[in-house]
Write a protein that binds this ligand. Structure first.
Ligand SMILES: NC(=O)c1ccc[n+]([C@@H]2O[C@H](COP(=O)([O-])OP(=O)(O)OC[C@H]3O[C@@H](n4cnc5c(N)ncnc54)[C@H](O)[C@@H]3O)[C@@H](O)[C@H]2O)c1
Length: 524
């Protein structure tokens, strides 16, 4: 059975696609998801026991992880849902959107291209890279007209600018390298499992809590709404029969102003919850508009309808009622994802959120990365949770470490921007480093053990804030790292030996490599 690689498969649309694909019983599904605030294992809970589902936590920015998973599972298609997706958050923290949506898509394309080139002729013929994008790349419409596939890109938020950029890279990889890509640009989705920061689940939740229902500006901004099941059917049709190098617009034939959406939700909530005393619409409050709020999006989906026979099947009337019933019966789910995502229905997207923003992209994403197996070296993604209050990271887990590797001590070191911890190896100590941010490091490893099956192999890897990960480094493997960001970076170390301290008089465990002949290191 063939395997499809689904990035962002634990988010709203990605998880719907994964559930539909598992139900269709046609493919193995390999999910790679960073589990940001927007992704949750709970979204795949109902199919978690399927033998055809393989879940990995990790980032699309990690090219080597992607390459390994594509090869190990012999994937014959890739569908990219992974993204930062909330326009309001993009106003406060645009850098996150550049890192995942632009850099991440680039890394994913690179890994996919190498993998595609390794396939045999028959797998190459069927291989597809489907990039899931948005109608927001086209900018805004006035009262009339529709976006077609020929409409020029004119993104107006950091979110849509980052998606537009990723679309351009995907198209470039088709034209330049022959990677069989297809892009879809879809209108606003709604349905179950949507993170409660987005308009429809936010309004449902607030209406049930009897809280004020915020409507941006005067509420007349128009969006075209599509049920997520219809979107995923369209994506399957494009994967099956879409023409490579093409773009397909997907829309719901359902243009509604924001105030219409909110009043419809109010009336369904009132019908389903007769115990609520006042009409929900009495809770509506107009609030300061979103900066740069696009006025109207409208999709012409005649191309996908003509070529692939797809059209929306779920009316907004039936879809929204079904969706509200789902949220009513999944209040626990919503509470849990909000708790895990440190979100409590607060207003996002005011530029003041940006105070914590790092606009530093430094030299973190370069072409230097290299991965060759080194016996005894393990790289382990670390769980990293962050929100605007700060972050929390798992430094190590006992169940991941062999008994001989149990830490004897733990310490945290800070390395200034641009500084390198020079290359050295240990005689009998195994190092455990967790690169945890803030800051990003480039880690250099070299197997200098004579007779080792991987002697001479090297790893050069970016780790830290944008790729929180730990590494186990056995004796004889030379290691060095450099802070490649523009702020002080922290590294957690938990070696399996006690550090003797300065002035140690006994045998020295550490062999420095700065002057070793033929050392591959020129760490600038
Ligand atoms: N929701 C919509 O209305 C809509 C409409 C059109 C297009 N889209 C596009 O569809 C895709 C999915 O949207 P969604 O609404 O399901 O988003 P979502 O925010 O619900 O989910 C995004 C998922 O991507 C994961 N992710 C984020 N960064 C990652 C990284 N670096 N590596 C791996 N995984 C990462 C998150 O953990 C999450 O599971 C996005 O690309 C979005 O631009 C969404």
């Amino acid at each position: 059975m063939r395997s499809i690689f689904v990035t962002g498969g634990s988010g709203f649309i990605g998880s719907q696609f994964v559930r539909q694909t598992i139900a269709a019983n046609r493919l193995n599904v390999v999910v790679l998801d960073a589990l940001t605030y927007a992704g949750s294992r709970a979204n795949l809970a109902e199919i978690a026991d399927s033998e055809r589902l393989h879940f990995y936590q990790g980032s699309i920015t990690d090219r080597h992880l992607v390459a390994r998973l594509l090869a190990e599972h012999h994937c014959t298609s890739v569908i990219n849902f992974a993204a930062e997706t909330h326009v309001d958050r993009s106003i406060g923290r645009p850098g996150d959107f550049v890192r995942t949506n632009v850099m991440g898509t680039f890394e994913l394309l690179e890994a996919s291209l190498r993998h595609f080139e390794s396939l045999d002729a028959s797998d190459k013929a069927s291989f597809r890279f489907l990039h899931v994008s948005t109608d927001e790349v086209y900018g805004q419409l006035g009262a009339t007209g529709y976006f077609t596939e020929e409409t020029s890109y004119a993104p107006s938020s950091p979110y849509s600018a980052s998606k537009a950029s990723s679309d351009h890279f995907v198209r470039a990889y088709f034209h330049t390298y022959g990677l069989p890509t297809v892009i879809t640009n879809c209108s606003n989705n709604y349905g179950p499992f949507q993170f409660p920061e987005k308009l429809i689940p936010l309004i449902i939740r607030k209406a049930l809590n009897r809280e004020p229902l915020p409507v941006y500006g005067n509420g007349t901004n128009v969006r075209d709404w599509l049920h997520v099941e219809d979107h995923c059917r369209a994506l399957q049709a494009v994967l099956d029969n879409g023409r490579v190098g093409e773009t397909y617009n997907i829309g719901g034939d359902c243009e509604l102003s924001n105030i219409e959406v909110v009043t419809r939700i109010c009336s369904v909530v009132d019908q389903l919850c007769p115990q609520l005393k006042h009409p929900s619409s009495s809770l509506i409050r107009y609030v300061t508009d979103r900066p740069g709020h696009d006025f109207r999006y409208g999709i012409d989906h005649s191309k996908i309808t003509r070529e692939l026979g797809w059209k929306p099947q779920i009316t907004f009337e039936s879809g929204i009622a079904k969706t509200i019933r789902w949220y009513l019966s999944h209040m626990e789910w919503a509470s849990e994802v909000m708790r895990a995502g440190s979100y409590s229905l607060e207003r996002l997207g005011l530029r003041s959120d940006a105070s914590a923003e790092s606009t530093d992209l430094g030299d973190r994403h370069t072409e230097e990365d290299l991965y060759q197996d080194i016996e005894g070296v393990s790289i382990i993604p670390r769980n990293f949770y962050k929100d605007k209050r700060g972050w929390l990271i798992e430094l190590f887990r006992n169940d991941e470490l062999d008994s001989s590797l149990q830490p004897q001590m733990a310490y945290l070191s800070e390395t200034s921007p641009g500084v390198t911890r020079g290359p050295h190896e240990h005689v009998d100590q195994t190092d455990y480093f967790a690169f945890i941010g803030p800051g990003d490091f480039r880690l250099y490893l070299w197997d200098a053990r004579p007779g080792s099956p991987t002697e001479g192999n090297r790893i050069v890897r970016l780790m830290g804030e944008s790729n929180p990960a730990a590494v186990i480094i056995p004796p004889g493997v030379v290691h060095a790292y450099k802070n490649v960001s523009m702020k002080p970076g922290h590294v957690f170390n938990a070696p399996n030996q006690l550090f003797a301290g300065y002035g140690k008089t006994g045998s020295v465990d550490e062999i420095r490599h700065e002057d070793v002949e033929n050392s591959p290191y020129i760490v600038l």
